[in-house]
Design a protein around this ligand. Structure first.
Ligand SMILES: Cc1cc2nc3c(=O)[nH]c(=O)nc-3n(C[C@H](O)[C@H](O)[C@H](O)COP(=O)(O)O)c2cc1C
Length: 250
């Protein structure tokens, strides 16, 4: 039950006290990530812990100008990593296919589950966190900044720190209702008034059409979102351009 209570009470934390995260806590948080399940126990990810302040500041800019990233006490990037296994197969002289989008999809799932383990571990230590989805943007620039080899994609970034009092008192954003989220045995189709009500409740202000329009502008059509899609397409293109089945000529 304690875990369920903590999951319910967790909120994203974007402002931090000056208290550093101890080496023991950092180690425990990262080790918790490694305890997560992974596809075939392959652990198709690796971590980059960002210690350099100049790099944090650059990430704050590249990740859609979010200055709190540079103020976080611990910044972890989880890269979906198909390079390790592929390199090991090649070093062994094996004739394997090149990594493809399916492998990358599995690897991204691995990164997300591991990252959430770390987030939950941090929460149990009184340390707040926030995901930064914008790490999936500007793929080519991040490859240069982080010295990423081929078949490695920065899928998840999480930033950590001890929450300020204001952050502890912040109201958690609403979730969709259980009934609107759960289909039994098949997809739950929702449309019309029910869909409008569901979305209206989420964004929380009356006058739903205008609000949905504003929400769409802010989240769906904003420049960051266009860049996110361009960046992920660029990463997938590099995978599909070089994808070969076993035995294919390279
Ligand atoms: C994949 C992902 C990407 C996110 N990216 C950002 C981000 O770039 N900046 C930010 O401030 N919050 C980001 N968040 C946090 C969400 O805004 C937050 O989880 C959501 O509003 C729900 O609030 P809660 O975490 O406080 O419950 C992200 C969360 C996830 C899971």
């Amino acid at each position: 039950m304690a875990t369920i209570d903590e999951l319910r009470d967790r909120r994203s934390v974007r402002a931090y006290t000056d208290e550093p995260i101890s080496a023991d806590d950092e180690r425990a948080i990262i080790q918790a990530a490694f305890e997560a399940p992974t596809a075939g126990n392959q652990q198709l990810y690796s971590l980059i812990v960002v210690r350099d302040q100049a790099l944090k500041e650059r990430l704050a800019v590249v990740c859609d100008n979010q200055p709190f990233i540079a103020r976080a006490k611990l910044v972890i990037i989880y890269v979906a990593d198909l390079s390790r296994w592929y390199d090991a197969f090649l070093a062994e002289g094996l004739d394997v296919r090149t990594p493809g989008p399916g492998d990358m999809a599995l690897a991204v799932v691995d990164t997300a589950i591991a990252a959430q383990n770390a987030v939950v571990a941090a929460e149990s230590l009184g340390i707040g966190s926030c995901y930064i989805g914008d790490i999936m943007e500007n793929y080519e620039e991040l490859v240069r900044m982080l010295d990423l080899p081929p078949y490695v994609f920065p899928a998840v970034m999480t930033v950590f720190g001890h929450p300020t009092q204001q952050q502890l008192e912040r109201t958690k954003p609403p979730r969709f209702a259980y009934e609107d989220m759960v289909g039994e045995n098949s997809y739950l189709h929702i449309s019309g008034d029910r869909l409008s009500k569901m979305m209206g409740a989420k964004i929380g202000v009356p006058g739903r059409d205008r609000n949905l329009e504003a929400f769409a502008k802010r989240k769906w059509s904003d420049d960051f979102s266009v860049e996110l899609n361009r960046s992920v397409c660029a990463m997938i293109r590099t995978l599909t351009d070089y994808y070969t089945e076993p035995g294919d000529a390279r």
